[in-house]
Design a binder for this molecule. Structure first.
Ligand SMILES: [Zn+2]
Length: 185
């Protein structure tokens, strides 16, 4: 294993406080016996590597006394390249998703701004209409508007319009005087 003889590896394991016979190592190398999880860590330490690294380089770390062949290295390189291109792809996809999310945020911001502008404009028009309605009431004949005679314009108004008219009639002395005058005639 990695330049160590089975005996040397067994000695190293003992030196590290573990316990493994050379025969066990021989069985592990010839795959006659499976490696236990509890043994993996101390073997990795004795070999100057880690379990994670051993798993990555399984074909060269276990069961092989010789250096990795060109073919093994090539296969490993291809695997790493495949992982890398996967990661690159995922990273690009994530970037594209982030960009889409940014655009959505910008779009909803613009949408919200437009809605706000429409709301402001409608509010302005609404206040303008209320003012014009109050002015029209003031200039009109009281009875038709208040509904005491003839066709009532009031009833044709939406609730908010009627509120404006009633408000005006309640608070405008001129209109009240005009109504009193008309009701006396
Ligand atoms: Zn008035």
């Amino acid at each position: 294993m990695l330049g160590l003889s089975q005996a040397e590896l067994a000695e190293k394991i003992v030196a590290l406080g573990g316990n493994m016979y050379q025969q066990t190592i021989a069985k592990l190398e010839s795959e006659q016996r499976a490696l236990r999880m509890s043994e993996a860590d101390i073997i990795a330490t004795a070999l100057g590597t880690t379990v994670a690294d051993m798993l990555r380089h399984r074909s060269v770390a276990i069961g092989r006394a010789s250096a990795p062949s060109l073919d093994e290295v090539r296969r490993e390189l291809m695997a790493v390249e495949a992982d890398l291109s996967q990661a690159t792809l995922r990273s690009r996809q994530a970037a594209a998703e982030l960009e889409r999310a940014r655009q959505l945020v910008a779009m909803s911001q613009a949408e919200s701004d437009r809605a706000q502008a429409v709301f402001s404009e409608l509010s302005r028009q609404y206040q303008d209409l209320q003012g014009r309605l109050a002015a029209a009431v003031h200039n009109e004949r009281g009875p038709t508007l208040s509904g005491s005679g003839g066709k009532s314009v009031l009833k044709e108004l939406p609730r908010s319009g009627r509120d404006v008219v009633e408000d005006h009639l309640r608070n405008c002395e001129d209109c009240q005087a005009k109504q009193r005058r008309l009701s006396q005639e």
